[in-house]
Every structure is written in C-alpha cells, then in structure tokens.
Design a protein around this ligand. Structure first.
Ligand code: GCU
Ligand code: CA
Length: 136
C-alpha cells in the first residue's frame, strides 16, 4: 500500500488550501477544498497491474450533513460519501474501490455538492505494486 500526506510525493493539488487550524491531523495539516461543487483534490499513483484498488481517506466533516464526491482515474469513476464526524477535529476513515490502470493514474476526488469536500488528511491506496508518482 501507499500512504500519501498533503506534503508528500503523489499529492498534487487542492482547489483550496492546506490548513492546520483544526487539530488531530497527521502530517503537516490537511487539504481543505473551497466550498463549491466540483472542487477537487488530485493525486498521482502508479500501479503495476490493472485492477480494482481500495482507496481510503482520513477525513473530517464537522458539518451536520454528509459530503458526497466522485473519484476518477483514467476514465474509471466511483462514488463516495463522507458522513459527518461531529466536529472538524474528529477524523475517520472512509474508502471506496476504483479501477486503476497499470502505470500512472491521475486520481481526482471531486465534490458533488456546493459544500465542497470533507477536509482530507491523507490518502491510502491498498494493494501490492502501488507507489506514489511524481506530479510533473
Ligand atoms: C470550517 C472548517 C474548515 C472546513 C469548512 C467547510 O470553516 O474550519 O476546515 O473546510 O468549515 O465547511 O468546509
Ligand atoms: Ca472546505
């Protein structure tokens, strides 16, 4: 598996900011998207084999409402919902599976509501032959 924090290889972009004002995060902070529909976080992940992989995010959603999102890579897409965690400094894990192609995958997590994404602390991609890839 590979675990990617916001300051590490494989973390490419957040449409918003890297923040540290809400506690309990790992690494140097967390990715806070703008609260608009379609706001994104992007990662680059290399896998050795075509197949379905579990993508797991550590997240906080201090709002009272689940924040839904789509995640896509190389034309494949899955849906995920980030339920409320009760406060912005309470973090939980949430995962979905996504088909990845052998080689570099541009993983795009995109908000499906006008609230944007939950705050995202890290991405873990489970499986063998998985590595973070250079964003350039
Ligand atoms: C609060 C919180 C942010 C969060 C935002 C939101 O402002 O401090 O970290 O991103 O709510 O509603 O998305
Ligand atoms: Ca936000």
């Amino acid at each position: 598996y590979i675990h990617i924090e916001e300051n590490e290889l494989g973390f490419c972009y957040v449409q918003g900011s890297i923040d540290s004002n809400n506690g309990g995060f790992t690494g140097t902070g967390f990715a806070n998207t703008d609260n608009v529909n379609g706001s994104q976080i992007n990662w680059k992940v290399n896998v050795d084999f075509d197949g379905y992989y579990a993508l797991e995010w550590r997240y906080a959603n201090g709002s009272g409402t689940a924040r839904t999102a789509s995640v896509s890579a190389n034309g494949a897409q899955s849906e995920i919902s980030f339920p409320t965690t009760g406060s912005w400094d309470s973090w939980l894990l949430d995962s979905t599976t996504l088909f990845l192609k052998a080689g570099v995958n541009d993983v795009i997590l995109s908000a499906n509501t006008s609230s944007g994404l939950a705050n995202i602390d890290s991405l873990t991609v489970h499986g063998d032959g998985v590595a973070a890839a250079d964003c350039n």
